[in-house]
Ligand binder design. Structure first.
Ligand SMILES: Cc1cc2nc3c(=O)[nH]c(=O)nc-3n(C[C@H](O)[C@H](O)[C@H](O)COP(=O)(O)OP(=O)(O)OC[C@H]3O[C@@H](n4cnc5c(N)ncnc54)[C@H](O)[C@@H]3O)c2cc1C
Length: 393
């Protein structure tokens, strides 16, 4: 049955998420970012209770069974306060999408409900030291042995790997396929969660922390797989060689979610800048009275709203079952450029104080810079968009 949701439904979601973000996340964001600490477990627990880890997962699999528009609003509202909290669901979302699209019945039963209810966390181990944008160039080796596969190689930039209960690993099962992208497969590797200062809790995975400019609250890791055994039943879909296509099919939803996070960060920075512009006096009046500051505010919100509408358009297409790789790619590309611009202008409005660590605006500026790099760099996004446009026109 088609569910028609009106504006009131989405506004109620926004109101509830904002209430949670303001009361539970805002008071800790600045301190936890400054101290580079992982998001506290009790915040994750509350998010799990609210269903945020399974927004798109059908109710029969333990999720809320909502649509992309709802998911975008949740990501936006959480990121408005702290990007990391707006991002912590992303890996579960990727794992859930992979399982829903490709998982065997047993794999779905084993992992989907606990992922959706936030009882377990996933981390995505796709990127390698020598293969980032070039997904088909992944080399981490999976060799067939009796009852399973042995993984050897290195993954990097694996966000939240310490806290994760499962790693979703893209590996090369065929070293000499007819085409590079055909020899890849996705495995689910189970591990124990740990804290950032501890070792990665798996006897055959050695982890090294990567220090980052922003995106604190979750830690990124380089992971060395050394003779790591994965049973046959943990090969996604049960058939090797499908990993590239399985992963590509998650990009629409991941890009929509990433664009929504960028809008949230920009909105948060904008609101801080407006407040400061009204309070800060120079030349005997609030700086908000100066035409050049008003011009900044006008442009900032125009860009935010343009990104928002592009993203909601992609959501509506996805929610009505239409192909939207082009629209999701455009939304992500534009939102990434928009948030870099908006957070930089917001910092400018704060003058010298914007550059001090005392004010939160510098966190938004650091976090905002990430969007052109992860979930597909802006250059790759442009390539994908142009390729599709050349097919259409
Ligand atoms: C904070 C953070 C968190 C991350 N989390 C995860 C995660 O959880 N899991 C995971 O698997 N990965 C993660 N990543 C990795 C991220 O997805 C990659 O950094 C990204 O895909 C780019 O890959 P790369 O860093 O190897 O850059 P490269 O691919 O080496 O690119 C370097 C530069 O060259 C450009 N370039 C590359 N190819 C082309 C081309 N064909 N045409 C034009 N320009 C090109 C790029 O756009 C970029 O500007 C994370 C990264 C960061 C920074």
């Amino acid at each position: 049955m088609e569910v028609i949701r009106d504006g009131k439904f989405y506004e109620e979601i926004r109101r509830q998420v904002r209430e949670f973000a303001e009361s539970e996340v805002k008071p800790i964001a600045h301190k936890y970012d400054r101290e580079d600490k992982d998001i506290p477990w009790d915040v994750l627990k509350k998010m799990a209770e609210l269903g945020y880890f399974g927004i798109l997962v059908p109710e029969e699999w333990g999720g809320l069974g909502l649509d992309y528009m709802s998911m975008a609003i949740v990501a936006e509202e959480l990121s408005r306060v702290w990007l990391s909290v707006g991002s912590v669901m992303t890996r579960n979302l990727i794992a859930e999408t992979l399982l829903l699209n490709n998982g065997l019945e047993e794999q779905k039963k084993k992992y989907l409900p606990s992922l959706a209810r936030g009882e377990i966390f996933a981390a995505a181990a796709f990127t390698e030291p020598n293969a980032g944008s070039d997904t088909a160039g992944m080399k981490l080796k999976a060799e067939k042995v009796k009852g399973g596969w042995i993984l050897n190689g290195t993954k990097t930039w694996c966000t939240f790997a310490n806290r994760a209960n499962i790693l979703v690993v893209l590996a090369r099962t065929d070293p000499n396929p007819p085409k590079r992208h055909l020899g890849l497969s996705i495995f689910i590797v189970e591990k124990e969660p740990s804290e950032a200062h501890e070792k990665i809790k798996h006897p055959n995975i050695h982890g090294e922390l990567i220090e980052t400019v922003g995106y604190h609250g979750m830690h990124c890791w380089t992971l060395h797989f050394e003779d790591c055994f994965v049973p046959d039943e943990n090969l996604l879909g049960g058939e090797p060689g499908k990993g590239f296509y399985q992963l590509m099919a998650t990009y629409e939803s991941a890009r929509i979610q990433t664009a929504a996070r960028a809008i949230g960060v920009a909105q948060g920075a904008f609101e801080l800048a407006v407040k400061y512009a009204k309070e800060r006096y120079q030349f005997g009046k609030p700086i908000a009275d100066f035409q050049l500051i008003r011009s900044k505010l006008a442009k900032m919100m125009t860009y935010i709203e343009a990104a928002r509408q592009l993203t909601y358009y992609a959501c509506r297409m996805k929610d009505t079952g239409k192909r939207c790789d082009l629209e999701a790619g455009m939304a992500k590309l534009f939102a990434a450029e928009m948030v870099e611009y908006v957070t930089s202008e917001a910092m400018q409005i704060f003058g010298g104080y914007g550059y001090s660590k005392e004010y939160e605006i510098e966190r938004y500026w650091r976090d905002g810079r990430l969007f052109k790099i992860f979930e597909g760099t802006s250059e790759i996004q442009e390539e994908v968009i142009a390729k599709r446009l050349l097919e259409i026109y």
